[in-house]
Write a protein that binds this ligand. Structure first.
Ligand code: FES
Ligand code: FES
Length: 167
């Protein structure tokens, strides 16, 4: 077992984990962040995407020990006291059906908008190409990201929650 300390959604967690444990399993089974789903076993779908040090990563392709000392934001930590502009835009544009891809889509879109606050449709499609959706045909997802990009607050929305310490 290896001891790791990871900040997840603003809370510090210190745990002993197997060196082979994947970050997504750590988040779901140890930390309890079940808002991050597992959609495949081939690192293809992007459903498990989280921000690690502010950069989107597929948490099924990262070992928990690699997250030691980092700051991780899941879909559950994206909202502050109210929905993140991307969460609101996905709701308003009906950008989900089953919702399985949605946490990863929103996290990937948050990373995209941080780098490029006003992307073109083509840039949105390219930015989200690592995230698969079986239901929507993507059009409403692209519209939702455009809508969030137009929202004045998107660049300043909180991506963390209050800090605490657990073990
Ligand atoms: Fe991680 Fe599919 S569960 S990419
Ligand atoms: Fe079902 Fe995207 S809404 S996979």
């Amino acid at each position: 077992m290896t001891k790791i300390t990871v900040t997840v959604d603003g809370t510090i967690y210190t745990d002993d984990v197997e060196p082979r444990m994947l970050l997504v399993h750590y988040l779901r089974e140890v930390v309890g962040k079940t808002g991050t789903p597992i959609g495949c076993d081939t690192s293809n779908c992007g459903a498990c995407t989280v921000l690690m040090e502010g950069v989107s990563v597929k948490s099924c392709s990262v070992l928990a020990v690699q997250a030691d000392g980092t700051d991780v934001t899941t879909i559950e930590g994206l909202a502050g006291s109210e929905l993140h502009p991307l969460q609101r835009a996905f709701h308003e544009e009906h950008a989900l059906q089953c919702g399985y891809c949605t946490p990863g889509m929103i996290i990937a879109a948050a990373d995209l908008l941080r780098d490029n606050p006003h992307p073109t449709e083509q840039q949105i499609r390219q930015g989200l190409e690592g995230n698969l959706c079986r239901c929507t045909g993507y059009s409403n997802i692209v519209r939702a990201v455009q809508r969030a990009a137009d929202a004045e607050s998107v660049g300043t929305a909180s991506v963390t929650t209050g800090a605490g310490v657990t073990s």
